[in-house]
Ligand binder design. Structure first.
Ligand code: NAD
Length: 342
Protein backbone atom coordinates (compact mmCIF):
# COMPACT_ATOMS: atom_id res chain seq x y z
CA UNK A 1 0.00 0.00 0.00
CA UNK A 2 1.11 3.58 -0.68
CA UNK A 3 0.55 6.40 1.82
CA UNK A 4 -1.15 9.47 0.32
CA UNK A 5 -1.54 13.10 1.40
CA UNK A 6 -4.17 14.94 -0.63
CA UNK A 7 -4.90 18.69 -0.75
CA UNK A 8 -7.34 18.61 2.17
CA UNK A 9 -4.89 16.80 4.41
CA UNK A 10 -2.02 19.00 3.28
CA UNK A 11 -3.98 22.05 4.47
CA UNK A 12 -4.89 20.20 7.72
CA UNK A 13 -1.16 19.60 8.31
CA UNK A 14 -0.27 23.23 7.60
CA UNK A 15 -2.99 24.35 10.05
CA UNK A 16 -1.83 21.88 12.68
CA UNK A 17 1.87 22.80 12.55
CA UNK A 18 1.79 26.39 11.18
CA UNK A 19 3.64 27.69 8.13
CA UNK A 20 6.58 29.18 10.02
CA UNK A 21 7.39 26.10 12.15
CA UNK A 22 7.09 24.02 8.97
CA UNK A 23 9.56 26.33 7.22
CA UNK A 24 12.04 25.97 10.09
CA UNK A 25 11.64 22.18 10.11
CA UNK A 26 11.89 21.91 6.34
CA UNK A 27 15.12 23.94 6.32
CA UNK A 28 16.65 21.28 8.58
CA UNK A 29 15.67 18.52 6.15
CA UNK A 30 16.97 20.60 3.22
CA UNK A 31 20.28 21.19 4.98
CA UNK A 32 20.63 17.49 5.79
CA UNK A 33 20.08 16.58 2.14
CA UNK A 34 22.19 19.42 0.66
CA UNK A 35 25.03 18.22 2.89
CA UNK A 36 24.65 14.76 1.28
CA UNK A 37 24.64 16.40 -2.19
CA UNK A 38 27.28 14.17 -3.74
CA UNK A 39 25.36 10.99 -2.81
CA UNK A 40 22.33 11.90 -4.97
CA UNK A 41 21.63 11.03 -8.60
CA UNK A 42 21.33 14.41 -10.32
CA UNK A 43 20.00 15.38 -13.72
CA UNK A 44 18.52 18.63 -15.09
CA UNK A 45 14.74 18.30 -15.08
CA UNK A 46 13.03 16.83 -18.10
CA UNK A 47 10.99 19.63 -19.65
CA UNK A 48 8.28 19.63 -22.30
CA UNK A 49 7.84 23.16 -23.65
CA UNK A 50 4.78 24.38 -25.56
CA UNK A 51 3.54 27.87 -26.42
CA UNK A 52 1.24 27.56 -23.35
CA UNK A 53 3.96 26.82 -20.79
CA UNK A 54 6.11 23.96 -19.59
CA UNK A 55 5.50 20.56 -17.97
CA UNK A 56 8.46 19.08 -16.12
CA UNK A 57 9.54 15.90 -14.35
CA UNK A 58 12.12 16.25 -11.58
CA UNK A 59 13.72 12.97 -10.46
CA UNK A 60 16.44 12.20 -7.93
CA UNK A 61 17.56 9.38 -5.63
CA UNK A 62 19.91 8.90 -2.67
CA UNK A 63 20.00 5.16 -3.54
CA UNK A 64 17.72 4.36 -0.59
CA UNK A 65 14.72 6.33 -1.78
CA UNK A 66 13.74 7.67 -5.19
CA UNK A 67 11.61 10.78 -5.73
CA UNK A 68 10.03 12.60 -8.61
CA UNK A 69 7.84 15.65 -8.97
CA UNK A 70 5.49 16.51 -11.81
CA UNK A 71 5.18 20.29 -12.10
CA UNK A 72 3.86 22.76 -14.64
CA UNK A 73 4.64 26.44 -15.25
CA UNK A 74 2.05 28.37 -17.25
CA UNK A 75 2.41 32.16 -16.80
CA UNK A 76 -0.79 32.82 -18.78
CA UNK A 77 -2.86 30.52 -16.55
CA UNK A 78 -4.12 33.05 -13.96
CA UNK A 79 -5.80 35.09 -16.73
CA UNK A 80 -7.70 31.90 -17.66
CA UNK A 81 -8.66 31.00 -14.10
CA UNK A 82 -5.87 28.47 -13.49
CA UNK A 83 -2.75 28.66 -11.32
CA UNK A 84 0.68 29.28 -12.85
CA UNK A 85 2.28 26.36 -10.97
CA UNK A 86 0.72 23.05 -9.84
CA UNK A 87 2.45 19.83 -8.80
CA UNK A 88 2.32 16.38 -7.27
CA UNK A 89 5.11 13.99 -6.38
CA UNK A 90 6.16 10.66 -5.01
CA UNK A 91 8.74 8.76 -2.97
CA UNK A 92 9.62 5.14 -3.77
CA UNK A 93 11.63 2.44 -2.04
CA UNK A 94 14.78 1.79 -4.07
CA UNK A 95 14.93 -1.76 -2.65
CA UNK A 96 11.88 -3.07 -4.53
CA UNK A 97 10.93 0.00 -6.58
CA UNK A 98 7.45 0.24 -5.06
CA UNK A 99 5.98 3.73 -4.48
CA UNK A 100 5.71 4.40 -0.75
CA UNK A 101 4.38 7.94 -0.54
CA UNK A 102 2.34 10.13 -2.89
CA UNK A 103 1.43 13.77 -2.22
CA UNK A 104 -0.08 16.90 -3.62
CA UNK A 105 2.82 19.29 -4.20
CA UNK A 106 1.32 22.61 -5.30
CA UNK A 107 1.32 23.82 -1.70
CA UNK A 108 4.41 21.74 -0.90
CA UNK A 109 6.33 23.36 -3.77
CA UNK A 110 5.50 26.83 -2.45
CA UNK A 111 6.72 25.74 1.00
CA UNK A 112 9.92 24.12 -0.33
CA UNK A 113 10.76 27.00 -2.67
CA UNK A 114 10.42 29.49 0.16
CA UNK A 115 12.27 27.26 2.64
CA UNK A 116 15.14 26.88 0.13
CA UNK A 117 15.30 30.66 -0.39
CA UNK A 118 15.40 31.19 3.37
CA UNK A 119 18.04 28.49 3.90
CA UNK A 120 20.26 30.22 1.32
CA UNK A 121 19.56 33.74 2.62
CA UNK A 122 20.42 32.64 6.18
CA UNK A 123 24.00 32.11 4.94
CA UNK A 124 24.20 34.95 2.40
CA UNK A 125 22.11 37.91 3.57
CA UNK A 126 23.59 40.37 6.05
CA UNK A 127 22.77 39.06 9.55
CA UNK A 128 21.19 42.40 10.52
CA UNK A 129 18.66 42.24 7.63
CA UNK A 130 15.16 43.38 8.62
CA UNK A 131 13.56 44.63 5.38
CA UNK A 132 12.69 42.61 2.28
CA UNK A 133 11.50 44.06 -1.01
CA UNK A 134 9.23 41.74 -2.96
CA UNK A 135 8.77 42.27 -6.68
CA UNK A 136 5.81 40.07 -7.63
CA UNK A 137 3.07 39.27 -5.13
CA UNK A 138 1.60 36.14 -6.68
CA UNK A 139 1.03 32.64 -5.29
CA UNK A 140 4.57 32.14 -3.96
CA UNK A 141 4.82 35.52 -2.24
CA UNK A 142 3.22 34.85 1.17
CA UNK A 143 5.26 31.65 1.53
CA UNK A 144 8.48 33.55 0.78
CA UNK A 145 7.61 36.20 3.37
CA UNK A 146 6.79 33.63 6.06
CA UNK A 147 9.97 31.65 5.39
CA UNK A 148 12.13 34.77 5.69
CA UNK A 149 10.45 35.70 8.98
CA UNK A 150 10.76 32.16 10.35
CA UNK A 151 14.43 31.78 9.44
CA UNK A 152 15.87 35.34 9.36
CA UNK A 153 13.36 37.31 11.47
CA UNK A 154 12.51 39.66 8.58
CA UNK A 155 9.07 41.17 9.16
CA UNK A 156 9.11 44.41 7.14
CA UNK A 157 8.03 44.03 3.51
CA UNK A 158 8.04 46.55 0.65
CA UNK A 159 5.98 45.05 -2.15
CA UNK A 160 5.46 45.92 -5.81
CA UNK A 161 3.38 44.05 -8.39
CA UNK A 162 2.21 45.29 -11.80
CA UNK A 163 -1.23 44.02 -10.75
CA UNK A 164 -2.28 46.14 -7.73
CA UNK A 165 -4.85 43.50 -6.71
CA UNK A 166 -1.99 41.06 -6.05
CA UNK A 167 -0.60 43.44 -3.41
CA UNK A 168 -4.08 43.89 -1.90
CA UNK A 169 -4.29 40.07 -1.63
CA UNK A 170 -0.84 39.83 -0.02
CA UNK A 171 -1.73 42.51 2.56
CA UNK A 172 -5.01 40.75 3.32
CA UNK A 173 -3.13 37.49 3.95
CA UNK A 174 -0.06 38.80 5.78
CA UNK A 175 -1.03 41.93 7.74
CA UNK A 176 -3.15 39.94 10.22
CA UNK A 177 -0.04 37.82 10.84
CA UNK A 178 1.89 40.87 12.05
CA UNK A 179 3.96 41.91 9.01
CA UNK A 180 4.63 45.57 8.32
CA UNK A 181 3.82 46.01 4.62
CA UNK A 182 4.42 48.97 2.35
CA UNK A 183 2.54 48.78 -0.95
CA UNK A 184 4.95 50.40 -3.40
CA UNK A 185 3.99 52.13 -6.65
CA UNK A 186 7.17 51.07 -8.41
CA UNK A 187 10.15 48.74 -8.13
CA UNK A 188 12.29 51.75 -7.19
CA UNK A 189 10.05 52.54 -4.24
CA UNK A 190 9.91 48.87 -3.17
CA UNK A 191 13.67 48.38 -3.06
CA UNK A 192 14.43 51.59 -1.13
CA UNK A 193 16.38 50.57 2.00
CA UNK A 194 15.78 46.84 1.44
CA UNK A 195 18.37 44.37 2.77
CA UNK A 196 16.98 41.52 0.68
CA UNK A 197 15.24 41.76 -2.70
CA UNK A 198 13.04 38.85 -3.79
CA UNK A 199 11.99 38.80 -7.43
CA UNK A 200 9.14 36.36 -8.03
CA UNK A 201 7.29 37.36 -11.18
CA UNK A 202 5.86 35.11 -13.88
CA UNK A 203 6.25 35.91 -17.55
CA UNK A 204 7.84 33.69 -20.16
CA UNK A 205 10.15 36.44 -21.37
CA UNK A 206 13.59 37.92 -20.95
CA UNK A 207 12.41 40.63 -18.58
CA UNK A 208 14.33 43.23 -16.64
CA UNK A 209 12.48 43.33 -13.35
CA UNK A 210 15.60 44.78 -11.73
CA UNK A 211 18.40 46.87 -13.33
CA UNK A 212 21.96 46.91 -12.06
CA UNK A 213 21.84 50.63 -11.18
CA UNK A 214 18.93 49.89 -8.81
CA UNK A 215 20.93 47.43 -6.69
CA UNK A 216 23.01 48.96 -3.89
CA UNK A 217 25.92 47.44 -1.93
CA UNK A 218 25.30 44.74 0.65
CA UNK A 219 22.00 43.54 -0.80
CA UNK A 220 21.08 39.85 -1.07
CA UNK A 221 19.07 39.04 -4.20
CA UNK A 222 16.67 36.10 -4.04
CA UNK A 223 15.81 35.64 -7.73
CA UNK A 224 13.02 33.07 -7.86
CA UNK A 225 10.90 33.83 -10.92
CA UNK A 226 13.41 33.16 -13.73
CA UNK A 227 13.27 29.37 -13.86
CA UNK A 228 12.82 28.40 -17.48
CA UNK A 229 14.64 28.87 -20.81
CA UNK A 230 13.73 32.31 -22.20
CA UNK A 231 12.50 33.52 -18.77
CA UNK A 232 14.71 35.85 -16.72
CA UNK A 233 14.21 38.76 -14.33
CA UNK A 234 17.60 40.39 -13.67
CA UNK A 235 19.62 42.64 -15.93
CA UNK A 236 22.71 40.62 -16.85
CA UNK A 237 25.02 43.35 -15.50
CA UNK A 238 23.84 42.55 -11.95
CA UNK A 239 25.29 39.05 -12.25
CA UNK A 240 28.75 40.51 -12.87
CA UNK A 241 28.62 42.52 -9.64
CA UNK A 242 28.35 39.75 -7.06
CA UNK A 243 28.85 36.05 -6.57
CA UNK A 244 26.03 33.94 -7.98
CA UNK A 245 24.94 30.93 -5.90
CA UNK A 246 23.03 28.08 -7.55
CA UNK A 247 21.50 24.71 -6.78
CA UNK A 248 22.67 22.46 -9.63
CA UNK A 249 24.75 24.37 -12.23
CA UNK A 250 23.87 22.03 -15.12
CA UNK A 251 20.17 22.89 -14.68
CA UNK A 252 20.60 26.55 -13.71
CA UNK A 253 22.67 27.28 -16.82
CA UNK A 254 19.65 26.19 -18.90
CA UNK A 255 16.90 27.80 -16.81
CA UNK A 256 18.22 30.44 -14.46
CA UNK A 257 19.34 34.06 -14.69
CA UNK A 258 22.77 32.81 -15.78
CA UNK A 259 21.32 31.56 -19.09
CA UNK A 260 22.13 35.16 -20.13
CA UNK A 261 25.84 34.60 -19.45
CA UNK A 262 28.66 32.63 -21.09
CA UNK A 263 28.55 28.85 -20.50
CA UNK A 264 31.59 29.08 -18.21
CA UNK A 265 30.25 31.98 -16.12
CA UNK A 266 31.52 31.29 -12.57
CA UNK A 267 28.93 30.18 -10.02
CA UNK A 268 29.04 28.77 -6.49
CA UNK A 269 27.13 25.57 -5.75
CA UNK A 270 25.23 26.39 -2.55
CA UNK A 271 25.76 22.97 -0.95
CA UNK A 272 29.47 23.77 -0.83
CA UNK A 273 28.75 26.78 1.38
CA UNK A 274 26.88 24.53 3.82
CA UNK A 275 29.75 22.04 3.69
CA UNK A 276 32.31 24.77 4.45
CA UNK A 277 34.02 24.35 1.06
CA UNK A 278 33.03 27.85 -0.20
CA UNK A 279 32.67 31.18 1.57
CA UNK A 280 29.25 32.58 2.35
CA UNK A 281 29.04 36.42 2.47
CA UNK A 282 32.57 37.84 2.59
CA UNK A 283 31.89 41.51 3.41
CA UNK A 284 29.14 43.95 4.44
CA UNK A 285 29.14 45.56 1.02
CA UNK A 286 29.14 42.40 -1.10
CA UNK A 287 26.13 41.76 -3.35
CA UNK A 288 25.04 38.11 -3.15
CA UNK A 289 22.70 36.53 -5.67
CA UNK A 290 20.71 33.30 -5.32
CA UNK A 291 19.72 32.23 -8.84
CA UNK A 292 16.90 29.91 -7.74
CA UNK A 293 15.31 27.55 -10.24
CA UNK A 294 14.17 24.75 -7.92
CA UNK A 295 16.00 21.43 -7.91
CA UNK A 296 14.80 17.86 -7.38
CA UNK A 297 16.76 17.33 -4.15
CA UNK A 298 14.68 20.07 -2.47
CA UNK A 299 11.50 18.23 -3.50
CA UNK A 300 12.99 15.02 -2.11
CA UNK A 301 13.58 16.82 1.22
CA UNK A 302 10.09 18.34 1.24
CA UNK A 303 8.43 14.98 0.56
CA UNK A 304 10.47 13.32 3.32
CA UNK A 305 9.56 16.08 5.74
CA UNK A 306 5.85 15.91 4.95
CA UNK A 307 5.85 12.11 5.23
CA UNK A 308 7.64 12.11 8.57
CA UNK A 309 5.55 14.96 10.01
CA UNK A 310 2.24 13.28 9.14
CA UNK A 311 3.29 9.65 9.81
CA UNK A 312 0.86 7.70 11.97
CA UNK A 313 -1.93 10.29 11.63
CA UNK A 314 -5.18 10.21 9.67
CA UNK A 315 -3.68 12.90 7.41
CA UNK A 316 -2.14 10.02 5.46
CA UNK A 317 -4.50 7.68 3.59
CA UNK A 318 -3.54 4.21 2.39
CA UNK A 319 -4.14 3.86 -1.33
CA UNK A 320 -3.98 0.87 -3.59
CA UNK A 321 -1.62 2.22 -6.25
CA UNK A 322 0.32 -0.91 -7.19
CA UNK A 323 -1.38 -3.97 -8.66
CA UNK A 324 0.03 -6.58 -6.28
CA UNK A 325 -1.22 -10.17 -6.85
CA UNK A 326 -0.62 -12.83 -4.20
CA UNK A 327 1.51 -14.72 -6.71
CA UNK A 328 3.89 -12.09 -8.15
CA UNK A 329 4.15 -14.15 -11.35
CA UNK A 330 0.38 -14.22 -11.91
CA UNK A 331 -0.74 -10.64 -12.59
CA UNK A 332 -3.70 -11.96 -14.62
CA UNK A 333 -5.14 -13.51 -11.45
CA UNK A 334 -6.12 -10.02 -10.28
CA UNK A 335 -8.45 -9.65 -13.26
CA UNK A 336 -10.01 -13.03 -12.56
CA UNK A 337 -10.45 -12.18 -8.87
CA UNK A 338 -12.31 -8.99 -9.79
CA UNK A 339 -14.59 -10.71 -12.36
CA UNK A 340 -18.19 -9.64 -11.66
CA UNK A 341 -20.29 -12.50 -10.24
CA UNK A 342 -23.26 -13.85 -12.32
P1 NAD B 1 1.88 33.99 -10.10
O1 NAD B 1 1.46 34.03 -11.52
O2 NAD B 1 0.90 33.58 -9.05
O3 NAD B 1 2.44 35.43 -9.65
C1 NAD B 1 3.32 36.20 -10.42
C2 NAD B 1 3.09 37.68 -10.08
O4 NAD B 1 4.09 38.46 -10.76
C3 NAD B 1 1.74 38.21 -10.53
O5 NAD B 1 1.04 38.77 -9.44
C4 NAD B 1 2.09 39.24 -11.61
O6 NAD B 1 1.18 40.32 -11.65
C5 NAD B 1 3.47 39.68 -11.14
N1 NAD B 1 4.29 40.30 -12.18
C6 NAD B 1 4.45 39.92 -13.47
N2 NAD B 1 5.31 40.75 -14.10
C7 NAD B 1 5.70 41.68 -13.19
C8 NAD B 1 6.59 42.79 -13.22
N3 NAD B 1 7.22 43.13 -14.33
N4 NAD B 1 6.77 43.51 -12.08
C9 NAD B 1 6.11 43.19 -10.93
N5 NAD B 1 5.24 42.14 -10.85
C10 NAD B 1 5.06 41.39 -11.96
O7 NAD B 1 3.16 33.05 -10.05
P2 NAD B 1 3.83 32.35 -8.78
O8 NAD B 1 3.26 31.00 -8.56
O9 NAD B 1 3.90 33.33 -7.65
O10 NAD B 1 5.29 32.10 -9.37
C11 NAD B 1 6.13 33.20 -9.68
C12 NAD B 1 7.30 32.72 -10.48
O11 NAD B 1 8.13 31.88 -9.67
C13 NAD B 1 6.93 31.89 -11.70
O12 NAD B 1 7.73 32.30 -12.77
C14 NAD B 1 7.27 30.46 -11.31
O13 NAD B 1 7.60 29.66 -12.41
C15 NAD B 1 8.45 30.72 -10.40
N6 NAD B 1 8.72 29.65 -9.44
C16 NAD B 1 10.03 29.38 -9.20
C17 NAD B 1 10.32 28.37 -8.29
C18 NAD B 1 11.76 28.08 -7.97
O14 NAD B 1 12.06 27.09 -7.31
N7 NAD B 1 12.67 28.94 -8.38
C19 NAD B 1 9.31 27.64 -7.67
C20 NAD B 1 7.99 27.99 -7.90
C21 NAD B 1 7.70 29.01 -8.82
Amino acid sequence: MTQFVDVKNMTRWIHRDGVEPIMAGMVQYLEDDFLRWEKFDKVPRVASHTPFGVIELMPTSDHQEYAFKYVNGHPSNPARGFQTVTAFGMLADVDNGYPTFLAEMTLLTALRTAATSAMVAKRLARPDSTVMAMIGAGSQAEFQALAFRAVLGIDQLRVYDVAPEAVVKLRRNLEPLGFGILAADSTDEAIEGADVITTCTADKARNTILRSDQVGPGVHLNAVGGDCPGKTELEAAILDRGRVFVEYPEQTRIEGEIQQMAPDFPVVEFWKVLAGQEHARCSEGEITIFDSVGFAIADFSALRYLRDATAGTDMQARIDLVADPEDPKDLFSLINSLKPVG
